[in-house]
Design a protein around this ligand. Structure first.
Ligand SMILES: NC(=O)c1ccc[n+]([C@@H]2O[C@H](COP(=O)([O-])OP(=O)(O)OC[C@H]3O[C@@H](n4cnc5c(N)ncnc54)[C@H](OP(=O)(O)O)[C@@H]3O)[C@@H](O)[C@H]2O)c1
Length: 328
């Protein structure tokens, strides 16, 4: 496959609102040792892309400054030391950055085959949420079959994945969302109870059920003390974002008296080795769920690459349900 020297991409021209995302032409990246170059068909859009665009989430050292954390497409070149993939293979992959482009490089171990029965468009929306949900809900949060699991932001890209994965693992799933339409979507994915947080108190709902064994939260702020109240004895709270803020007063005696665990993580700064491990776990445990239809990316909308700004505006308007994707 002969490769061009330059490619179409979308760059962050300066920190700011969605309109700072601008189409540009940049050199095609070259895969280094252990890396593959992917010719991207579709790129997933994620909330961390908006944080990066706003100047609040810098790419890790060595990563492309272009936004874009996941994509699906065809392997266009392989670097030295890559054994698993060859040119022409179709893959979806977690990217260190650079997904809003025609080509991107990523460690070979962060790529996965396209699950049988899925197209590249849907597969592009799997990596970021599956890596995040698996590592936080299963590995960090230790979710077990039969446990009560509460996910906030149930209609988000992360939320729709978490509901389906936890349901497939045999947990009892509760979700919060900001409208009746979003709650209906959560129930349709397997949540036994969806709580419209504008009308109902999730703490009261969970308490009548005996408390949550595990909560996956992206809201933070005023939700922190309320999450603590909603947890059952020995419950775990896993924090993956703080949409409402990071500072709050909290009575830690409750954490001690009820033997609670509060933890959290962000995916992007973790080592390549850790992400390799998550990828192999996903292939073993989660890809079969996708193949049998128990976990499917919920597709909200598609925008052409050059309209990434409109895609971000839709995501930040929060009227979407599920994933937004860019067609390259
Ligand atoms: N730690 C990690 O490694 C990691 C990785 C990926 C994503 N994340 C985080 O996970 C979250 C979800 O990501 P995503 O890509 O799935 O995003 P998304 O689809 O845009 O979801 C965000 C959702 O949060 C809900 N929400 C609740 N309170 C909110 C508030 N105060 N402000 C804004 N939204 C609020 C919104 O729905 P309602 O209408 O129901 O409010 C919205 O659907 C983001 O915060 C993202 O940064 C973390």
């Amino acid at each position: 496959m002969s490769l061009p020297e330059t490619m179409r991409a979308v760059e962050i021209s300066r920190p700011g609102a969605p309109d700072v995302l601008r189409p540009c032409t940049v050199p095609v990246p070259v895969p280094g040792h252990g890396q593959i170059l992917i010719r991207i068909a579709y790129a997933g859009v994620n909330r961390p892309d908006a944080l990066q665009r706003a100047g609040a989430y810098a790419p890790p050292p060595g990563a492309s400054p272009l936004p874009g954390l996941e994509a699906a497409g065809t392997v266009a070149a392989v670097g030295p030391g890559v054994e698993r993939w060859t040119v022409g293979d179709e893959v979806c992959a977690l990217l260190p950055g650079g997904g809003y482009a025609e080509y991107a490089v990523t460690p070979a171990g962060h790529a996965l085959p396209i699950p049988e029965g899925l197209g590249l468009r849907e597969a592009a929306c799997l990596p970021e949420t599956c890596f995040t949900v698996w590592s936080n809900v299963v590995l960090r949060g230790g979710l077990l079959a039969g446990e009560r699991f509460l996910v906030h932001g149930g209609s988000s890209g992360i939320g729709t994945t978490a509901i389906q994965m936890a349901t497939a693992l045999g947990a009892r799933v509760f979700a919060t969302a900001g409208s009746e339409e979003k709650c209906a979507a959560c129930r349709g994915l397997g949540a036994e109870r969806a709580i419209n947080y504008r009308e109902e108190d999730f703490v009261a709902v969970l308490k009548t059920e005996g408390g949550a064994d595990l909560i996956l939260d992206m809201v933070g702020g005023s939700y922190l003390p309320r999450n603590v109240k909603a947890l059952a004895t020995e419950g775990r709270l896993v924090q993956i974002a703080f949409l409402e803020g990071t500072r709050i007063e909290l009575n830690f005696a409750e954490v001690m008296m009820r033997r609670l665990t509060i933890t959290g993580s962000t995916l992007r700064p973790q080592s390549d080795l850790a992400k390799d491990r998550y990828a192999r776990d996903l292939e073993t445990h989660v890809w079969p769920m996708v193949v049998r239809g128990a976990l499917r990316p919920v597709m909200d909308s598609e925008f052409p690459l050059e309209e990434a700004a409109q895609a971000h505006a839709r995501m930040e308007g929060s009227s979407h349900v599920g994933k937004i994707v860019l067609k390259v």
